[in-house]
Ligand binder design. Structure first.
Ligand SMILES: [Zn+2]
Length: 394
């Protein structure tokens, strides 16, 4: 057994414990949480750290397959041109480099305190790495296709999905984005999710031109898709925003991660929350800054504090895969989001979204959440500083 203490322990779901003690067994299971009421009376086998102890982080949006694209795509191109660059790169990609970079960044994420990841997949390449990883993965097999061959696309997605399951990995089939998936394909995905009670993830409103595309079939997004060779002849604008358009085609009872939400209005936010009992809002602020140089309206999400999660997105649009760095950006750009709130977003909410909360997400007796130490913490403001770092304790 090991016994940990720090200036504060954030178990999540309760106020922080000043000088609390956490006891864990050799496999990292929480045996006991002791409130010392700020008075450490005894130090028997106690490992005391300066800083705050929090549960392991959950990264609800990543694309490990894009890890080799670090520093390849220039910043602030806007989403349409970013997609163009990714498309061009994928045409001439080198498989070996991908395996190596996936392996490396799996390890780097763990050393950044991440214990679970929702990872978007287009191939089976990450399977052997995920099987051996210390990180618990939920693999989102990504469906893309706007043409008439939906059943063929879905068949291939289903084969890949079954490959993940066969290798004892959690997986689901998910739509890439409202603008890249046909209604037929959406219906197949919805049906599959309802039958398998699987988690859905979808890129949502990452660019303003997504709205233009759905309102009147104009704007830089659709122009770019056409220039990439996508046949949009039979695609019709609904006359309403993308998010409103896809509501009937998403499963109403599944957990759904809406990712990015950079241009989501308050009205659309309310609409989704009313229509989906398990809608989760995944924020990837560093990626938003990298691609569009803009953040979502962070304060809006405080209206659904139980449903906000944090993701890193991929190294194609981020310099690091670190939940702590994402938390710092939110903290620096919103005075209203407290550290206590951010920790909930970075841990238990993500664990719930990925259906892993019986094991991880909070420092609770019986769970094995992992323990992170955050150093260089501002104790007078009870918040992060730009020098805060994370160290994995277990
Ligand atoms: Zn993404």
């Amino acid at each position: 057994m090991r016994r940990f203490s720090a200036n504060y322990i954030y178990c999540v779901g309760q106020p922080p414990l000043k000088n609390g003690i956490v006891e864990v067994n050799d496999s990292g299971k929480i045996l006991n949480v002791i409130d010392t009421y700020g008075e450490l009376q005894e130090s028997r086998n106690l490992e005391f750290y300066n800083g705050v102890i929090v549960p392991g982080f959950v990264n609800t949006h990543c694309h490990l397959e894009l890890s080799e694209l670090k520093n390849v795509v220039p910043e602030k191109l806007g989403l349409p041109e970013f997609l163009n660059k990714i498309f061009q790169y994928k045409k001439q990609k080198k498989d070996n480099a991908t395996v190596k970079s996936i392996h490396l960044y799996d390890q780097i994420m763990r050393s950044n305190g991440i214990v679970a990841v929702g990872d978007i997949c287009n191939t089976a390449i990450s399977i052997p790495i995920k099987q051996k990883s210390e990180i618990n993965y939920y693999s989102f097999v990504e469906a893309i296709g706007i043409g008439e061959n939906s059943s063929e696309i879905f068949y291939n997605n289903n084969e890949l999905y079954r490959n993940f399951l066969k290798n004892n990995l959690k997986a689901s089939i998910v739509p890439h984005a409202p603008y890249s998936v046909s209604i037929e394909l959406f219906k197949l995905i919805k049906d599959h999710s309802e039958k398998n009670r699987s988690v859905i993830s979808i890129h949502n409103q990452e660019t303003e031109s997504e709205r233009e595309m759905f309102i009147n079939k104009t704007g830089s997004l659709i122009t770019k898709l056409i220039s990439l060779g996508v046949n949009m002849d039979k695609w019709n604008a609904s006359g309403e925003s993308s998010v409103r358009t896809i509501i009937p085609y998403l499963p109403s009872h599944s957990n759904i991660l809406f990712v990015h939400n950079t241009y989501t209005s308050e009205e659309e936010f309310d609409l989704i929350n009313q229509n989906f009992e398990n809608a989760y809002w995944c924020l990837c602020p560093l990626s938003n800054k990298y691609i569009e140089n803009r953040f979502p309206n962070f304060d809006m999400f405080l209206n659904e504090p139980e449903k906000v999660t944090i993701g890193t997105d991929s190294l194609a649009s981020n310099k690091v895969l670190s939940i702590l760095e994402e938390m710092k950006v939110v903290s620096e750009n919103s005075e209203n989001v407290t550290f206590e709130q951010l920790i909930q977003w970075a841990t238990v909410n993500g664990a719930k979204a990925l259906k892993m909360d019986s094991e991880i997400g909070s420092i609770t007796i019986g769970k094995t959440p992992g323990l992170n130490l955050i150093t260089n913490f501002n104790f007078s403001k009870m918040n992060l500083t730009n020098k805060s770092e994370v160290k994995v304790l277990i």
